[in-house]
Design a protein around this ligand. Structure first.
Ligand code: ZN
Length: 189
């Protein structure tokens, strides 16, 4: 049985997450791209208040004790917050072909059936765009390299669901990334 990598277990707003990422270093393992997931189960409807600390502890039990994995995905994003699960500086377990080279980012919801552009799904969507732009900016990787889990040839999951449109999402992350850094180009005169 693999040794479990303890989780970080902290939750952040997007601004707090950006500050948190500034404190991280990747001297040994550095991810090359990001793989986006949805939880499928639980759905948004099954977690009316988003993911609580207890839900995160239950996920540890699921990945460690039921799946017998060494880790889980790196992040869980809901409509309120960003939970850091597996440390961003070490490989996680989320996508069979890409665990050794990519970060895994989970969004709460089932976007095969739940809306991604309205209601709570839109709040998750906005948090995900913020997170993806922060990670791309921190790691110096292009948003165009973002992959959806279903693109992994070794998976049969529809994850993250048909309501997540890759080209649109990447364009949104690109725009957010420009906004994140545009202040450096303002003329103050
Ligand atoms: Zn997935």
């Amino acid at each position: 049985m693999p040794t479990w990598k303890p989780i970080v277990g902290q939750s952040f707003t997007p601004d707090q997450f950006a500050a948190y990422c500034q404190t991280l270093q990747w001297p040994v393992w550095r991810p090359s791209f990001i793989v986006l997931h949805n939880t499928g189960v639980p759905t948004l409807a099954q977690r009316p208040k988003g993911l609580t600390n207890q839900h995160i502890l239950d996920l540890v039990k699921y990945y460690r004790d039921d799946q017998h994995w060494s880790a889980g995905p790196h992040l869980f994003i809901d409509d309120h917050q960003i939970w850091v699960f597996t440390p961003l500086t070490t490989p996680g377990v989320h996508s069979p072909s890409w665990n050794s080279v990519a970060l895994g980012v989970e969004m709460l919801g089932d976007y095969e059936t739940e809306p991604f552009n309205s209601g709570r799904g839109l709040a998750v969507h906005k948090n995900a765009v913020a997170v993806l732009s922060i990670l791309c900016g921190t790691l110096g990787i292009s948003p165009s390299t973002i992959k959806l889990h279903k693109e992994d040839p070794l998976t049969t999951h529809k994850c993250p669901g048909k309501n997540v449109v890759k080209t649109k999402l990447i364009a949104e992350v690109q725009t957010a990334l420009i906004t994140l850094h545009s202040g450096e180009h303002n003329v103050s005169a």
